[in-house]
Every structure is written in structure tokens, then in C-alpha cells.
Design a protein around this ligand. Structure first.
Ligand code: 4AD
Ligand code: MG
Length: 440
């Protein structure tokens, strides 16, 4: 007999097949039992009618509990009312293990309880849909860069120096020396782009963020392209293309999952090129309007101060009324990382971009052109009190065939949370790590 996945069940109408999975839910009405099975690929309703069922099958349906593992055998028939459009008429049920008192029931649980049971929460339909969407997006990222001839350069996790400021470094002992968990693969991609032209890395990154916001994790995944001879306008175009391609892919391939998530996909359909662009100064002017200040006050958010970085509430204001992400460029250099190339026309400004997602999801991408002049880079490293010795190799990029180059980083969980329409980043990663959580 054929063993099939629930996803592939449509090919077996009229046949007797085997499905291996778990009991998601069960309804019994007198002499009839409805089991909702799940196998990771979908949900299938299996029915047993006592007078017709072979001996043992109906009793097994009565005995099986939520999340018990089982192999169900039965005949597949079309049924418009069943989830997925097919139903199984059970001929036998082999129970592998009875799950006793499964802790997550259909009733409401608090977020801390669910996070403590994250290893089981993964089985719930909404979490399942979101993590499948994440998987599809990650695959889309790899294909996007591969198709454009980017070379994957995996960057190290254990590093001797900081990339994005020293205040969020996780420190660890490295055989008597100090090492840090990588905040970004960027520094390692810059030399690689001089070797390969176009490169990217895609992996976990770490920030000892002491903030408890819904947008911060201490361990998150980032995809980072880096391109030789690229200047700021090239980076804006690449970022735009990446976001549009990934939104399109999610709409095309994650329809049922986005439906489970109750995502308003009409909003995502509008994400097309070109994205609106504005400079930091133009964005600041919007935030300095009296009505913006009044709104911040009404929401108990700190009011925007001229020259400062944008907070979460500011980002929401800046994307309001927009149906696609906005790209904000030319931030004051003082707000940004040490490596950013200054604007020749206005040296206090950096040739950088932050891409803010609509619907209040905030910054999904941060990037810039990099300083390619040796002396200026050395000066910046010193000004930022970074250990010059640990950056010697990085300075070599400016010594041997230096060219303008640049790239950006996109946080996967921020992107997935936006696409899935979930409020908090912690649901957009299988096992979240936050200020208060290292379990499970
Ligand atoms: O803006 P960031 O800090 O930029 C960099 O790390 C650059 N070195 C990237 C580059 O140019 N190659 O981070 C990039 C993105 C942010 O836009 C955000 O999406 C995400 O990474 N991110 C976080 N996501 C979750 N939790 C955090 N604590 C994050 N910090 C940054
Ligand atoms: Mg940033």
C-alpha cells in the first residue's frame, strides 16, 4: 500500500492509502468520529463510522488523544466540506504513542507559557504557517542572489572585533583571548567582494540588545550582499529588487499559509517598484511638524529631536499612508557606523540607506557605501576607539586595489514578521533568543 503525504493526497482519490502523522483535533458524535490529522504538510479529516468501521478502528479513534502519533489507513474521497477538499474513510488506525495531557489546548495561553513550550508550539497552525513562510523566504533569498551571480561567502561567527558598535557585543573567552559573536558578516564580505565582485552571506548574527521591544532579538538571521564598484544608487536598486522579488514569491507560494495567518495580502500586492525615497532631512522635517509631535505625545512616545536617530514610533509615522517600503538616505554620519562613506557634497552625511517597511514594521534593511580611502578609514577606526590592530586585515581592503563598494543587511525576522503580519519578532524565528529568554 502507498504511504502518502497529506499534501499529495489529491493524487490518490478512490485509493486506499496510508498517512503517518499526529492527531491535531478530534470530534465524536455518537457512532461517528472525525479525526483531524496533521503530518507537517497539511491537515486531513479522517472519518470512522462505527457500524461500518472494521473492528478496532473505531475504538482506536476513541482512544487517541491530541498530538498522539498514528498511522491512518483509509480510502480517499473528495469532499468539498473537508479542509483541503479530501477526506479519508478510515479502515485502520495504528497508534504509535499516546500523548498524555498535551499542554497546548485550543484555549488561550499567555505568550510566556507558549514561549516556554516553543518546542511544541511549533505544531500550532499559525506558528506552522509562519515558519513555513520563513522557509520559503529564505529559499527565495538564496535563489535571488544565486541567479544574479552572487557568490555565497559564509562569514565567521567568532570574531576578534566589533562591526556595529561596541555596546551590543556578546563576549566569549577564546583560549585566553577575547572573542565576540558576530554582529554582521559585512567586514568579511568587503575583502570577498574584491575577490569575487558580488558576494553575500546569510546566517545568524548576535546583538546583546538590552531592549525589550517587539523588534529586537539577541540572535537573528541576516542576509548581507556586498558589491564591488557599487555606489549608493546601485544599492537602492538592489534592495528594492530583493524586497519586490521576495514579496512576490511569498504571495505566489505561501497563499494558504498567509490565509492561516489572516494576512491582508491586498496590502502586499501593492509592494512594487519604485519605492519612495527621502533623505534623513526630509524625514526629520516630517517628524518635526507640530502635528507629529502632538501625536507622539498622545501615544506616550518620546518626541523626535532634530539630529537624532528615528525611534520605533518615528518609523511608524514615516511609513504612514504609504503602500510600500520607504528608503531613507543620507543620515548624519554621527548616527551611523564607522565604515560609512561620507557624501562628498555634504561630508557630515553618510551615503547610507535604511529601508522601512509599511504598516509599522520598521527598519528591515540597513546599508551603505563603504569608505574606500585608507587614510579616512584609519581615522574613523581611531575616532571610534576601535583596536586598530584587530582591523589591520580590514584596512588591507583599502590598500590593495581599493574601489568604491557597498552593501546592506536585511533582518530575516523583521521581513518575515512583516510578510506574515505578526506583531512580535519572536514568532518569526523557530527558537527566539531575547533579553529574557534562552529556553528552550
Ligand atoms: O542596520 P544594521 O545594524 O546593519 C548592519 O549590521 C550592517 N553591517 C549590514 C550591512 O550593511 N551589511 O542591521 C541590518 C538589519 C536591520 O535593518 C534589521 O532588519 C536587522 O538587521 N536587525 C535586527 N533584527 C532583529 N533584532 C535585532 N536586534 C536587529 N538588529 C538589526
Ligand atoms: Mg540599522
Amino acid at each position: 500500500m502507498i504511504t502518502t503525504t497529506i499534501k499529495g493526497i489529491g493524487a490518490h482519490e478512490g485509493q486506499e492509502v496510508r498517512v503517518r502523522g499526529w492527531l491535531y483535533n478530534k470530534r465524536e458524535k455518537g457512532k461517528i468520529a472525525f479525526l483531524i490529522l496533521r503530518d507537517g504538510t497539511g491537515y486531513l479529516q479522517a472519518v470512522s463510522f462505527q457500524p461500518e468501521a472494521p473492528p478496532g478502528a473505531f475504538a482506536a479513534c476513541q482512544r487517541v488523544t491530541q498530538e498522539s502519533s498514528l498511522t491512518a489507513t483509509g480510502t480517499i474521497r473528495r469532499d468539498e466540506r473537508a479542509p483541503g477538499g479530501y477526506e479519508m474513510a478510515l479502515t485502520s488506525v495504528a497508534i504509535h504513542q499516546i500523548a498524555q495531557d498535551y499542554p497546548i489546548s485550543p484555549k488561550e495561553h499567555g505568550p510566556e507559557f507558549l514561549l516556554d513550550h516553543r518546542h511544541l508550539w511549533l505544531r500550532s497552525s499559525k506558528q506552522h504557517a509562519l515558519l513555513r513562510t520563513r522557509s520559503e523566504i529564505c529559499q527565495g533569498i538564496r535563489e535571488f542572489f544565486h541567479q544574479r551571480d552572487f557568490v555565497l561567502i559564509d562569514s565567521p561567527i567568532l570574531t576578534p572585533a566589533a562591526c556595529e558598535g561596541t555596546s551590543t557585543l556578546f563576549e566569549t573567552d577564546y583560549f585566553g583571548d577575547r572573542a565576540y559573536l558576530s554582529q554582521s558578516g559585512q567586514l568579511y564580505l568587503e575583502p570577498a567582494c574584491l575577490a569575487f565582485g558580488k558576494v553575500y552571506c546569510f546566517g545568524p548574527t548576535f546583538r546583546a540588545e538590552k531592549s525589550k521591544t517587539r523588534r529586537h532579538l539577541t540572535e537573528f538571521w541576516m542576509v548581507e550582499p556586498e558589491v564591488a564598484y557599487a555606489e549608493l544608487p546601485d544599492l537602492l536598486e538592489l534592495a528594492e529588487d530583493l524586497v519586490v522579488a521576495l514579496v512576490g514569491r511569498a504571495l505566489e507560494r505561501c497563499g494558504p499559509d498567509l490565509k492561516t495567518l489572516e494576512r491582508d495580502t491586498a496590502k502586499l500586492e501593492k509592494v512594487r517598484k519604485p519605492f519612495p525615497r527621502m533623505t534623513y532631512d526630509q524625514a526629520a522635517a516630517i517628524l518635526l511638524r507640530p502635528e507629529s509631535a502632538a501625536r507622539a505625545k498622545a501615544q506616550d512616545a518620546p518626541p523626535f529631536q532634530a539630529g537624532s536617530d528615528f525611534g520605533g514610533f518615528d518609523e511608524t509615522v514615516l511609513t504612514e499612508g504609504l503602500d510600500r517600503p520607504v528608503m531613507i538616505t543620507h543620515y548624519p554620519s554621527a548616527l551611523k557606523a564607522f565604515y560609512m562613506q561620507p557624501d562628498q557634497a555634504d561630508p557630515g552625511r553618510a551615503l547610507c540607506v535604511d529601508v522601512l517597511a509599511p504598516e509599522g514594521y520598521g527598519e528591515i534593511i540597513g546599508g551603505s557605501q563603504r569608505i574606500h580611502d585608507y587614510d579616512l578609514m584609519l581615522r574613523r577606526i581611531e575616532e571610534h576607539r576601535l583596536p586598530v590592530k584587530a582591523f589591520q586585515w580590514y584596512l588591507d581592503v583599502r590598500k590593495y586595489g581599493s574601489v568604491p563598494h557597498g552593501g546592506f543587511g536585511m533582518g530575516i525576522e523583521r521581513f518575515v514578521a512583516w510578510i506574515g503580519g505578526v506583531h512580535h519578532l519572536r514568532e518569526a524565528i523557530p527558537y527566539p533568543r531575547t533579553l529574557n529568554r534562552l529556553y528552550p
